[in-house]
Design a protein around this ligand. Structure first.
Ligand SMILES: [Zn+2]
Length: 269
């Protein structure tokens, strides 16, 4: 396991076979009512990035809350009061710095050794004991929580869902037109690599940079992102080549973050 937000992050949910795909399916009713509208592109006011958004945030939250409830039910909570307070303290600083302090947030520690964390729409942040124990340096925790907050502000779940809807529609159209087993297999491969995994590499990279900004604004030492990601990348065994994975290659990720910090002048002289 090489990075936070890995697909395994939703441990309990996955064990019971409740996957993000089911989240998509649960939402499909709402989406079916929408013809793919011409007005689907919108500019994210906080990132300035043009995004394809085909779903109302409240619909997404409703389905995500079901997934969260199941996760909480299936995975033991880590009842460590000091750790919980520390997580909430760092988390509150980060979401305040990100301009989302006025909303309710839930930060929950799960009692498994996974070095992982995740966020769901509705401001639900899951953080595993394994990752917590690695984050002795508070700035490391800030890097993780900044990254997860970046996914929220980047509207990545809604964007992911919207792309899934468009691709499914395109695949159905293509499937009806192309009657070749090879073409179908190629389409399936594309769908698997591109869609069945939680967030895209671009979204992960955007969350990295947004997270660094929030951690810096909250007065954490963001230079600590470099040893943090280096430690994360050295923990795993073999990994697929970058093209096949939604996660940025660890070495590229560290280099990109290092370059960004230096560009901002946050790097030591
Ligand atoms: Zn992520």
């Amino acid at each position: 396991m090489c990075g936070i937000c890995d697909a395994e992050a939703l441990g309990g949910v996955q064990k019971t076979g409740w996957q993000r795909r089911d989240l998509m399916r649960a939402l499909a009713g709402g989406a079916a009512a929408m013809a793919l509208p011409a007005c689907a592109n919108s500019t994210n006011p906080e990132t300035g990035r043009e995004q394809l958004i085909l779903i109302d945030e409240s619909q997404l939250q409703q389905a995500a809350l079901q997934a969260w409830a199941q996760q909480v039910q299936q995975t033991p909570t880590w009842n460590n009061r000091a750790a919980q307070q520390r997580l909430e303290r760092v988390g509150t600083r980060i979401v305040n710095a990100a301009g989302r302090g006025g909303q309710p947030w839930e930060f929950r520690l799960f009692d498994t050794p996974d070095k992982n964390a995740f966020v769901l729409p509705g401001n639900k942040v899951g953080f595993y004991r394994g990752l917590y124990e690695m984050c002795q340096v508070e700035d490391w925790m800030a890097v993780v929580l900044g990254h997860e907050t970046g996914h929220v502000i980047g509207r990545h779940a809604a964007e992911r869902y919207s792309r899934e809807m468009v691709t499914q529609t395109a695949l159905q159209v293509a499937g009806a037109q192309i009657n070749s087993r090879i073409a179908t297999a190629a389409l399936g491969m594309g769908a698997q690599v591109g869609l069945s995994l939680p967030f895209s590499r671009e979204q992960e990279s955007e969350a990295d940079i947004l997270g660094i900004n929030y951690a810096h604004a909250a007065q954490f030492d963001v230079r600590q992102a470099i040893p943090f990601w280096t430690a994360m990348s050295s923990g795993g065994g073999s990994r697929p080549p970058e093209f096949m994975s939604t996660h940025p290659d660890p070495a590229n990720r560290v280099e990109r973050i290092r370059a960004y910090i230096a560009q901002q002048g946050w790097y030591p002289a």
